[in-house]
Structures are given as structure tokens and as C-alpha cells.
Design a protein around this ligand. Structure first.
Ligand SMILES: NC(=O)c1ccc[n+]([C@@H]2O[C@H](COP(=O)([O-])OP(=O)(O)OC[C@H]3O[C@@H](n4cnc5c(N)ncnc54)[C@H](OP(=O)(O)O)[C@@H]3O)[C@@H](O)[C@H]2O)c1
Length: 323
């Protein structure tokens, strides 16, 4: 099969299309003929090998050649322990371990997949999994956002951010979206009440405080986040600098004890229950899986370049036209 591979960390220039062996599903896996795969921050990080946690598979060179986690396609083969899916079913979801999706075929386990709703295209379905599930957990499940609360989303114009902004609005919150200059109008169009351009303003230093900060790209100190939270407010680190991550791990519990402010890491496990919850909102038209651009498979390196250059507004989807 054809796949987009890379054998070292670097810019999108390290990506190339190669013939590789088709994966063989384990007994509890499904082999999927991929129709669409979307790009997430985890792909951008896995490509360049930064932050350091993106090198967990291999410190000096990537532990796996194929990036890509959010896929939609048709079941080609179901392992013998699979009960929910059969040959020909249209499915979508996340690949455990966040790799293997930029290819004509990919394997995924049953509990991170779901049946693709007939009302969504393969592209729309592929745009939902990782970002949608992160946003659902950050805003609704763990964030428990209530009407009237002040919610700030840092990195609001990216894969998870677009879901988070819409979901926070749906929960009745007053939403502030933070991202780069080119995405301000886009954030307003998603429903953000306030926008902050991170290249011009540091949201931790403007004197404002929030009930919930969902941080998709953290790089401030734990004390800066404490300052930006209201009493009893919550701060969730989803992705970002490893230095910030360790500060939160070590100092978060102390901040909670001394101030009541909850500064913590949000770990979200890939699962199809949350995937279906966010997808139902998309089917109902309450949340839109915003696709900025679609690229054919042969132009996947260009798609990653577009995302890496900070231009993508929401999701970028790679389509496998020959399907
Ligand atoms: N905790 C978990 O369980 C879990 C699970 C899966 C993934 N993740 C992590 O989740 C994170 C978010 O993923 P994503 O897919 O939403 O990422 P994404 O699509 O890359 O979006 C990040 C957004 O943040 C913007 N940004 C960059 N620097 C910024 C700054 N200094 N301040 C504010 N915004 C900034 C980016 O804009 P530019 O274009 O300007 O760069 C982009 O719009 C990733 O780090 C990923 O590894 C966590």
C-alpha cells in the first residue's frame, strides 16, 4: 500500500510517499481502508519531535514512520475478537498511539472506533475524533462548564480549539479564544465573545481571570496560570511545553491546597463513547467540524506544511481520492 513516511524528525520536507507493507490486524483490531485522515497538533509535534513527549516512540529518530491518527473509511477485515464491526462497515475514529493513519490502510482497535453516521461525509467524520474528544472532556466532562462562566481557550483556532470554542458557547459560557493574528475573525465566527492575539497580548498578564482555562498549547509558568484563574477556577494543560507540564505536576497539588485553584494536566483516553457524544452534537448541527482545506493524498506533505506554518483554521483533511 502507499503511505506517507518519514524516517527522521524535521520539517514537512522529510515526508515522502512510499510503498510499504499493508498492516495486519490483531484479533482485537479492525483493518480499515482509509478514505480520509485529518491532521492534529499531535501530528505536527510528532513530525518535528517537539515538545519532548512527541519523541516517546524514539528519542533520536521516530519509533514509527507513519503519522496520522484520525481516520474514516471502510472495514476491510475484522479480527476474530471484533464484535461491533464487520466487512464493509463505514467507520471512523482514532488510532491508538496516534500513528499509522497517513496510509491507504490502517489498523485500529474496536474501542476507539465508531460507525460513521450516514449524515456525515468521510472527511467530516475524520475531522472529529481527537479534537472533538479533547474538547468534550475539557469543556463538558471534566470542565463542567456552567452558563455564564468565563472560559478561555488557548490555541482556540486549532484542531481541538474549534470544538472547544463551540462547545463552551453551547454550555452558555462567555468564551475568550486565544490564537495568532490571522485567526481572530475566524474565532469570532465560531462564536468566541472575545479574542486575544497571542503575538500581541499575554492573557496571563492582562488582569482578567477565568473560571476555566483550557490550554491546548501551554508555555507559561504555573504561577501565571494561577494568576489568570478566579478563586476555585480550573486550568487544564492539554499539550505544550514539558517544563510547564512538570511544574504543573509538582506544584499543581500545592496550588490547589493553598488557593483552591485547580491547576492540572488533562489526560484524555481515546474511547468511542466520548467520540459518539461529540459526533451526535455534530450530526444535530450544534457543533460544526470545521474543515479549512482538503488535500489529495499525494499532497499530504503540503497539507502538513500548511498546518505547520500556522495557517490552518480548524481542521485540514487528507483525502484518498482513489478510494
Ligand atoms: N492530554 C491529552 O490526553 C492529549 C491527547 C491528544 C493530544 N493532546 C495534545 O493536544 C494539543 C492540542 O492539539 P491540537 O490538535 O488542538 O493542536 P493544533 O491543531 O496544532 O492547534 C494549536 C493552536 O494553537 C495555536 N498556537 C500556537 N502557539 C500559540 C501560543 N503561544 N498561544 C496560543 N495559541 C498558540 C496554533 O496556531 P499557530 O498556527 O500560530 O501555531 C494552533 O491554532 C497537542 O499538544 C497534542 O499533543 C493531548
Amino acid at each position: 500500500m502507499k503511505a506517507i513516511v518519514r524516517y527522521r524528525y524535521g520539517s514537512p520536507d522529510v515526508l515522502k510517499i512510499e510503498e510499504v507493507e499493508k498492516p495486519t490486524p490483531l484479533d482485537d483490531e479492525v483493518l480499515i481502508k482509509v478514505h480520509a485522515v485529518s491532521i492534529n497538533g499531535s501530528d505536527r509535534e510528532g513530525l518535528i519531535g517537539k515538545p519532548l513527549y512527541a519523541r516517546m516512540g524514539g528519542l533520536r529518530k521516530p519509533g514509527y514512520p507513519i503519522l496520522g491518527s484520525d481516520i474514516a473509511g471502510r472495514v476491510e477485515h475484522a479480527g476474530k475478537n471484533i464484535t461491533q464491526f464487520k466487512l464493509g462497515d463505514e467507520v471512523f475514529g482514532e488510532i491508538p498511539g496516534y500513528h499509522g493513519g497517513f496510509a491507504e490502510y490502517a489498523c485500529a482497535s474496536e474501542n476507539t472506533l465508531a460507525h460513521k453516521p450516514a449524515g456525515l461525509t468521510f472527511e467530516e467524520a475524520a475531522a472529529i475524533p481527537q479534537g472533538g474528544v479533547l474538547a468534550l472532556n475539557g469543556i463538558r466532562e471534566k470542565g463542567q462548564v456552567q452558563p455564564g462562566q468565563q472560559v478561555l481557550i488557548n490555541g482556540a483556532g486549532g484542531s481541538a480549539g474549534v470544538f472547544a470554542v463551540q462547545l463552551a458557547r453551547l454550555c452558555g459560557a462567555e468564551v475568550t479564544g486565544v490564537d495568532n493574528t490571522g485567526k481572530m475573525d475566524f474565532l469570532r465566527s465560531l462564536g468566541a465573545d472575545h479574542v486575544i492575539d497571542y503575538t500581541r497580548e499575554d492573557f496571563t498578564k492582562n488582569g482578567k481571570q477565568y473560571d476555566l482555562i483550557l490550554d491546548l498549547i501551554a508555555h507559561h509558568s504555573v504561577f501565571a496560570y494561577r494568576r489568570a484563574l478566579k478563586p476555585n477556577g480550573k486550568y487544564f494543560f492539554v499539550g505544550g511545553s514539558v517544563a510547564t507540564l512538570f511544574q504543573i505536576l509538582f506544584l499543581g497539588p500545592w496550588i490547589k491546597r493553598t488557593t483552591g485553584k485547580n491547576v492540572r494536566i488533562l489526560m484524555v483516553s481515546q474511547n468511542n463513547k466520548d467520540l459518539m457524544s461529540i459526533t451526535e452534537l455534530c450530526e444535530a448541527g450544534k457543533i460544526v467540524p470545521v474543515i479549512d482545506r482538503r488535500y489529495p493524498f499525494r499532497e499530504a506533505p503540503e497539507a502538513l506544511r500548511y498546518v505547520a506554518e500556522g495557517r490552518a483554521k480548524g481542521k485540514v483533511v487528507i483525502t484518498l481520492e482513489e478510494n
